[in-house]
Ligand binder design. Structure first.
Ligand code: R5P
Length: 308
């Protein structure tokens, strides 16, 4: 496999290059004087399985750079292109509301028309995302990483709580992977209104120590509101496990005054410079990606043998 990686993921790329079957793919994406983007690749790619490690998250030029590179690889005869997006932006635009863009479907169509054959990501937002994508969307669960963290930080006696309905399945996956008693998972009913998030709950029994599990922290609105509710029922010690740490703007910092002791996230989104990271533990998704790439590689080789 040839790995074409964008600089934001250099740490992950370095570790993936240590895999025997991964070779470095060399390319540049730059701008002409007139500011148009332009991609160029070095070396042959004909018949190769090419991996593009990068992001389509804002700034928007990331999306354009990835798709331009993919189209160039396909034009030069790449056999298969797998986009490795550790965090899949646009995945929350998965609800078909009248008059509003259905961003997930549009992104899927755009990636397909750019020559991308499949996308490998970590903890995709919803099952609907997979249905909206016209190409295979492989999502790796972070439950094994979180289960290790729960055991290492002695949190197996805490109540695992879902900040909304969508997170219940994630909570169950973590409990199962950590060997914790399953039982009912306490959760919150969440509504987004023009004035912000309204939470009802918790629904279910919650102990004095709580671990929230969710796919992401973006502005932090969801978790701030859920922590306020937990405080009002006497919970004092809260931990947060999220796959993607976007940490947009600064509202999320209120969490530190709401009983949150530590936030665990993964390295799917590089931590913004200047972020106060003392109580943020970053877990690496490299083992998950490495394992899946070795399967994909074997699959591609089998297909090549049959083709011969
Ligand atoms: C929502 O369905 C997601 O799972 C997250 O709970 C949410 O998108 C996080 O966003 P924020 O941190 O801005 O509330």
């Amino acid at each position: 496999m040839l790995l074409f990686s964008f600089s934001a993921y250099e740490d992950i790329a370095q570790q993936l290059r240590a895999v025997a079957s991964v070779q470095v793919g060399r390319f540049t994406v730059g701008r002409y004087d007139n500011r148009e983007l332009h991609a160029s690749i070095e070396g042959p790619v004909s018949g190769e399985h090419c991996l593009i490690l990068g992001t389509i998250a804002p700034p928007d030029e990331c999306l354009l750079s990835v798709t331009l590179l993919a189209k160039t690889l396909k034009k030069e005869g790449a056999g298969k292109i797998t986009a490795v997006f550790p965090y899949l932006a646009y995945s929350r635009q998965d609800k078909d509301k009248p008059g509003e863009s259905l961003g997930t479907a549009w992104i899927g169509a755009l990636l397909k028309s750019s020559g991308i054959d499949q996308v490998l990501t970590v903890d995709v937002h919803s099952e609907r995302d997979k249905q909206l994508f016209p190409i295979p969307l492989i999502s790796l669960s972070t439950a094994p990483l979180f289960a290790d963290a729960v055991k290492k930080y002695r949190l197996t006696d805490a109540t695992i709580v879902a900040p909304d309905n969508g997170a219940i399945r994630r909570c169950e996956d973590v409990k199962r992977a950590a060997g914790m008693p399953m039982g009912e998972t306490p959760y919150f009913e969440k509504k987004r209104t023009e004035k912000g998030i309204i939470h009802h709950g918790p629904v279910g029994k919650v102990g004095a120590k709580v671990v929230f599990v969710d796919d992401m922290i973006d502005t932090g609105g969801t978790l701030v509101s859920a922590c306020e509710k937990l405080r009002s029922v006497g919970v004092e010690e809260i931990y947060i496990l999220v796959s993607h740490g976007l940490f947009t703007e600064s509202s999320w910092t209120q969490l530190w005054s709401l009983g949150v002791k530590r936030i665990f996230c993964t390295d799917t989104v590089p931590l913004r410079l200047g972020i106060e990271a003392a109580n943020i533990a970053v877990l690496s998704v490299v083992p998950l990606i490495r394992e899946r790439l070795s399967w994909l590689d074997k699959g591609v080789r089998r297909m090549t043998v049959r083709g011969e």
